[in-house]
Design a binder for this molecule. Sequence first.
Ligand code: PLP
Length: 571
Amino acid sequence: MVKSLNNIRQEFPILDQIVNDEPLIYLDNAATTQKPQAVIDAIVDYYQTDNANVHRGVHTLAERATEQYEAARQKVQRFINADQSAEIIFTKGTTQSLNWVASHFGPQVVQAGDEILISYMEHHSNLVPWQQLAQQTGAKLVYIDLLPDGQLDLADAKAKIGPRTKIVSLTHASNVLGVVNPIQAIAQLVHQFGNYLVVDGAQAIPHMPVDVQDLDADFYAFSGHKMLGPTGIGVLYGKKTLLEQVTPVEYGGEMIDFVELQQSTFKELPWRLEGGTPNIEGAIALGAAIDYLNQIGMAQIQAHEQALVAKAIPALQTIDGLTIYGPQNAQDRTGVIAFNLDNLHPHDLATALDMEGVAVRAGHHCAQPLMKWLNVAATARASSIYIIRKPMLINWFKQFKPQRSFSKMALSKLDNLYRQVILDHSQHPHHHGHLDTVDHEIELRNPTCGDVLQLEIALQDGKISQIAFSGEGCTISQASASMMTDAVLGKTPAQAETMIERFSDMMIGDRPDEDWEILEDAAILQGVQQFPARIKCATLAWKALHKALISDQHSAVSGQIVNHAETEETD
Ligand code: PLP
């Protein structure tokens, strides 16, 4: 029976809640989708009635668990129209699937001097594994250009694919631009030289019918959690003849036939590549997610999503100062819409929307080379809106009346976070720029959002005599840097360290009544504690100062300039 789209929202229990006094509107599906009750029930049922290990017991529960696990594999096979279920390998997700191909198939076909071709729009999961393979083999990693609207430049792909292009690995749909790539055309180009096409299907599989035989992909990777299934389960599809060449990643139980003291024989596909106890409930629940998607129908999902995007794009285009990345036509994209608003950092925008109960992602979306190509540090992103009823979406966009300044509306929602003094510091930062003479400089990044802060310090008579910062960041990180530079100017490194410790105590927030006066203006940032995702923004400048001062102790003897460019902020 075909499921009507009208009541679908009610089947996602998590969506029935109030967030920040507003009904939740979840627009972060490209990061992970919410789960319908049917998927949650499948997990609970499995544990309540059938839980046992697969492929090894002879008792009834073991047989039931095995049957369901293998039935899930067949559901996946049918869902993507693979030729046989042996071509479906359960993995942790897209990242693992792509890594396995790069590290356990790649070295067999790629040699020094060969080329691996990817595009500028790849997610890091479809970029870093190929970088590694290129480094290990001496092959060259080459990038297909994008057209100005973000679509893949097919002419460039044609020009770059040649006999030395041993592997092309491409995303089927971009997690930022929403563009859908011409996989079939690329497959033809690659196959004419007898080489291989790997497809990252993470952002395509939830949005459109996928037929791997029709696409002629040699490998196709995707994640359960982005298609209404649970986390920790994903799929690597491969043509059987190619999967047979993939060396096992893990040896142990489940994947062997006979083990002798000095050698072993391995099972046939697909189990040869599934060492150890697999994610049984994950696979079964992924099967339930596929059943659910099939009840709606992937063609209907695609059509509905395009109708929503066709409304969303023009509505967004009416907002002053809003830039949408990627093609502007609904038919050229999926329901992933990345955007930025002038004068408002995407982090601030996402926090403002969160105050309205709207969950969007802000950051570099694990696509830093694409952010560079777009010439932005980060974007906001509303994604995969197929489970929203149209009236709800339209209401949401109605809030963005062009004559109203969205930035002001957003900021007024954030009283606690954005006190006037914070806004003043971020709009007119103190000590912003560069010093003529620098004793210590450091660059620190916040990898989750792409914020970057450069700090320069000059010392005289054992005191911080000059300090300056530059870089890009949200309201909070810029204000915090401005306040920090005010507070520590003229202090000794030891005094500054005490202030850093105090700031860190304040952010931890377990001493609410403490007097933070020593931090001067920065004491106002105490309110950031209520927004845990923003604490890293507030602490970036202070951590940079700490690292610079530590380097000061190390370099005190030599008196050299310490330059820590590219130092990463990871915690
Ligand atoms: N590829 C794309 C295009 C993605 O959007 C993502 C996740 O956002 C991935 C790969 C990685 O997926 P996972 O984290 O589930 O392995």
